[in-house]
Design a protein around this ligand. Structure first.
Ligand SMILES: *[C@@H]1O[C@H](CO)[C@@H](O)[C@H](O)[C@H]1NC(C)=O
Ligand SMILES: *[C@@H]1O[C@H](CO)[C@@H](O)[C@H](O)[C@H]1NC(C)=O
Ligand SMILES: *[C@@H]1O[C@H](CO)[C@@H](O)[C@H](O)[C@H]1NC(C)=O
Ligand SMILES: *[C@@H]1O[C@H](CO)[C@@H](O)[C@H](O)[C@H]1NC(C)=O
Ligand SMILES: *[C@@H]1O[C@H](CO)[C@@H](O)[C@H](O)[C@H]1NC(C)=O
Ligand SMILES: *[C@@H]1O[C@H](CO)[C@@H](O)[C@H](O)[C@H]1NC(C)=O
Ligand SMILES: *[C@@H]1O[C@H](CO)[C@@H](O)[C@H](O)[C@H]1NC(C)=O
Ligand SMILES: *[C@@H]1O[C@H](CO)[C@@H](O)[C@H](O)[C@H]1NC(C)=O
Ligand SMILES: *[C@@H]1O[C@H](CO)[C@@H](O)[C@H](O)[C@H]1NC(C)=O
Length: 817
């Protein structure tokens, strides 16, 4: 007698293939039904599956997805804009060779429009390409149709984007129908991102503000782009880049997300989640239309926030968190009756819709101009240049600390008070908190490995329950966080090159420029500096980094941020080299060397010292107050203040910490031990307090004291670093000056003599008492132990540049003890 269990097993085994293992291909006359979940095609390697997916209430689409990934990651859809019913719908390969998707009632929803008399098969290839091809005696000869030629929002490795195809985003995270963002080759052969909304449309990448992005070409009309499996992207307009995790290994996809950003995702196969390894637009608010009309997109550390402008309310939208409809006036915005007035929105810009060409005028004239024009909704005014922009439509509103203009929003007078209250409550008209921002940004630098564990767990849990389809933005948004963590984000190099003539050098070029790195002119700041002559005859200081990050994407991102910084009191970076292990930076060369050398050689008179103090403060203020993402210097000292031929100071080595491996240590305490230079380091480093821009203010204060007294903090030799809060002693240099000033704080005559006592006796006695006093007092404020009592660098600039006016004010301020 046959063993019953074996028979059972056999029966299960024999019956299962048709049930558990989906077919590899579909031939003429066969079909897949929406009602049978296992009616699907799987690629030979098992990576991709093609079948029906639920996209809403009784709404199904025929799609291709990654078989394994948290939530199903859909990479292609046949009928994204026309889902079919959950009953009676089939995908059939007809006898005439046409592949059709039929809704219930035999309504053809989609088809390939193919015809063939010979044998035809529908197969899902290992690449994720669904192909319909003729087969004659097992020899595939002709591809009739392939899904790679009809992309939706995703480009898979080795799939071509051509002049005939484009990627179109999904409508939202839960709605897969065609959205408003697309990636395509424009008529001028350039690869672009387009926002195509209900009322307006505009290009937003590459940055339209730049005439033409350097590096891209309009003259290659091939119009093809692709990404290979290693994460190298190439487009025929000469735009290329590498994913942050470049190299064979993870599965990748390039997707235009519903938020308008273009990202490369890499599949992390331990948890089957997607990590962002590249994204086109670092600042989410730069995507056009992202918050709709009459709204403001506020750049935040980990993403963005949409809010209505004062006096406007959110337009009703059926989809949760869908801001594309923007906001509408809360009251009757009729300016004619009762007049109108302006609400000030600092650091706010609106893209486009200028009523007339920008003109130079005063801010008052700018507002008046707006009142003259019936359709003027607001003006944007840039104080630095005195330029007035008159806006007829309020679209693409963005508030970012990097922006140096102010928008004045025109509103009916009668309700102005309530708008003001509203904006104050919302924090719209408040200054962004620079120092806070920066300290948070520093924290972003810690390893990101554990950050989304909970989320991932959640994804798994839901995925495990098996009920919910469609992957996306939960993972998308946490990935965004990762990308914002700067690990993998490539700043658009093109932009930068245009702005500052910044370029990439080859290692060979720099080797030749420095005659084989023979003329060493300095060490420190993570590398050795060589003097060299560039091919264009410019004399350059070339810094070779010892311990730079080897991740090229990361390096480029940081370098391009530094390269964008342009101020007369900051050393200009001309370019960089990143080849294999080599990481070099190319700077302008400063003939006079550093402040340190010239201080010790004692050639600087008081006037020069004062100008150096002021110039240095301006450079640092620019770094801090412009809020350029993260630029704390963290190592302000005389060695890093270089002098040009007119003794104009330029601060060097800013932003460098991010380029070095040591900058990415796991916690602030280890971070602190590596940073700064003894004698110039603020107490925060020692006590593990949050690091803000005030650490630079402290170091700057010490530099001032050194300028004044000619004594370097080292000569006092009494810095006790590393003690507890109670035993830590302040600089003797600081204490010495403070005591001198304190002793004479009430009597003008005494002040003069105290100052004379502390001043560098080696220098000419001629000086302006007012200037010296301001210098000393500013220095003492800067070195206050409590960071909140130190002035900001811009305040320092203000105090130094108006020393005559502020003289009185200062006298009234008690010296902090
Ligand atoms: C397939 O057809 C081509 C020409 O049509 C022939 O060269 C090739 O040998 C055939 N391959 C097989 C496996 O029959
Ligand atoms: C998805 O978005 C489209 C276009 O906005 C809309 O017509 C459709 O009703 C939406 N579908 C769902 C399920 O919300
Ligand atoms: C245009 O780009 C394609 C793809 O990168 C390249 O193969 C081709 O040589 C280019 N043509 C010209 C004229 O540069
Ligand atoms: C707004 O006020 C104007 C002038 O009073 C009036 O003509 C118009 O109808 C009002 N619109 C609305 C929506 O109340
Ligand atoms: C800015 O940050 C500081 C320190 O974190 C905080 O005390 C201050 O209240 C903030 N200011 C604003 C306007 O948010
Ligand atoms: C994926 O999983 C998340 C996490 O719980 C769930 O909220 C979401 O609905 C899923 N996404 C889709 C598109 O089904
Ligand atoms: C400043 O220092 C540099 C480097 O030591 C030196 O070459 C230069 O001559 C100094 N300036 C003056 C005026 O001595
Ligand atoms: C922080 O860094 C210090 C010094 O490297 C180390 O001793 C400490 O364990 C670290 N703390 C954490 C939480 O990683
Ligand atoms: C400053 O002077 C006041 C009175 O003149 C004195 O009480 C105080 O201790 C002094 N502070 C320092 C730090 O010397």
């Amino acid at each position: 007698m046959v063993n019953v269990p074996i028979v059972l097993l056999l029966m299960i085994f024999l019956s299962s293939p048709s049930y558990a293992t989906p077919p590899r291909s579909l031939s003429k006359g066969a079909s897949l039904s929406v009602e049978k979940p296992n009616n699907a095609l799987v690629s030979a390697n098992g990576v991709f599956t093609a079948g029906f997916r639920n996209v809403g209430d009784n709404a199904y689409c025929f799609a291709i997805w990654f078989t394994q990934s948290s939530n199903y990651t859909i990479v292609w859809m046949a009928n994204r804009d026309q889902p079919v019913n959950g009953r009676g719908s089939v995908l059939s390969l007809l006898k005439d060779g046409n592949l059709v998707l039929r809704d219930i009632g035999r309504i053809d929803t989609w088809s390939t429009n193919t015809k063939s008399v010979s044998q035809v098969e529908l197969t899902l290839l290992d690449t994720g390409n669904l192909v319909l091809r003729t087969s004659s005696s097992d020899n595939y000869t002709n591809t009739l149709w392939e899904s790679f030629k009809f992309p939706t929002d995703t480009l898979l490795p080795d799939m071509l984007l051509t002049r005939h195809t484009k990627l179109v985003s999904s409508r939202s995270q839960s709605n897969y129908s065609s959205g408003m963002y697309s990636l395509y080759f424009d008529n001028d052969n350039v690869l672009r991102l387009l926002y195509d909304g209900p009322e307006t449309s505009s290009l937003y990448w590459p940055d339209p503000a730049l005439l033409f992005p350097f590096g891209r070409t309009k003259y290659n009309s091939s119009r093809i782009a692709f990404m290979n499996s290693a994460g190298y992207f190439m487009s025929s307009d000469a735009y290329t880049f590498l994913a942050g995790d470049f190299g064979e290994g993870p599965k990748r996809r390039l997707t235009i997300d519903f938020d308008g950003n273009l990202r490369i995702y890499s599949l992390e196969e331990k948890q089957w989640k997607w990590d962002v390894s590249w994204q086109a637009i670092p600042e989410p608010c730069k995507v056009h239309g992202i918050c709709g009309a009459n709204s403001l997109c506020v750049q935040q550390v980990h993403g963005k926030r949409c809010s209505c402008l004062p006096g406007f309310k959110e337009k009703h939208s059926s989809i949760d968190h869908d801001w594309s409809n923007g906001c509408e006036p809360k009251y009757n915005h009729s300016y004619q009756f009762g007049g109108s007035d302006f609400v000030e929105l600092p650091k706010v810009d609106f893209y486009g819709f200028d009523l007339e060409a920008p003109q130079t005028m005063s801010v008052e004239d700018c507002k008046s101009r707006c009142l003259e024009l019936k359709s003027c909704k607001a003006v944007m005014y840039q104080k630095v240049t005195g330029t007035c922009y008159v806006k007829s439509v309020l679209f693409n509103g963005i508030q970012t600390p990097n922006f140096a203009g102010t928008t004045y929003l025109r509103l009916p007078k009668e309700n102005l008070k309530s708008y003001d209250d509203e904006s104050a409550r919302k924090g719209i008209s408040m200054q962004m908190n620079c120092s806070m921002d920066i300290s948070q940004t520093l924290e972003k630098d810690y390893p990101e490995d554990r950050e989304n564990r909970f989320l991932v767990y959640l994804l798994w849990f839901v995925g495990g329950l098996g009920g919910v389809e469609m992957f996306c933005i939960i993972v998308g948004s946490c990935c965004l966080y990762r990308a914002n963590g700067r690990t993998s984000l490539l700043v658009q190099q093109g932009q930068l090159f245009v702005l500052v003539g910044f370029r990439k050098f080859t290692y060979k070029e720099l080797q030749q420029a420095t005659s084989g790195f023979s003329n060493e002119v300095g060490k420190g700041g993570g590398g050795t500096v060589y003097k060299g002559v560039l091919p264009d005859r410019r004399v350059a200081a070339i810094k070779r980094l010892n311990d730079a990050t080897h991740n090229e994407g990361e390096f480029l991102a940081e370098v391009s941020t530094i390269g964008k910084i342009n101020h007369m009191n900051l050393i200009e970076m001309w370019g960089f080299c990143s080849e294999r292990k080599h990481r070099l930076l190319v700077y302008e060369y400063m003939e006079r060397g550093s402040l340190a050398e010239n201080l010790s050689s004692n050639v600087l008179d008081w006037e020069q010292r004062f100008e150096i103090a002021l110039g240095t403060a301006k450079g640092l203020a620019y770094l801090h107050e412009e809020c350029l993402e993260w630029v704390l210097h963290c190592d302000v000292k005389p060695e890093n203040i270089l002098l040009d031929s007119n003794y104009k100071p330029k601060v060097a080595d800013f932003g460098l910490s991010k380029l070095l491996k040591r900058g990415r240590l796991s916690n602030i305490s280890s971070f602190s031990t590596m940073r700064g230079t003894r004698g110039y380091m603020a107490p925060e480093w020692v006590f593990n307090l949050p690091i803000t821009s005030k650490v630079d203010v402290y170091s700057y204060g010490i530099v001032l004291l050194e300028l004044i007294t000619g004594q370097s903090p080292g000569t006092f030799n009494a810095v006790e670093i590393g003690g507890s809060a109670q035993t830590h002693k302040y600089h003797h240099l600081v204490t010495w000056v403070r005591d001198k000033m304190n002793a004479s704080s009430t009597d003008d005559h005494d002040i003069a003599s105290s100052i004379a006592e502390i001043m560098d006796s080696r220098v000419d006695y001629q000086y302006s008492m007012a200037k010296m006093e301001v210098l000393v007092r500013v220095a003492l404020q800067c070195v206050h132990e409590e960071k909140d009592r130190r002035p900001t660098m811009s305040k320092v600039v203000e105090m130094l540049s108006h020393h005559d006016n502020t003289y009185k004010e200062f006298n009234e301020v008690e010296i902090e003890t």
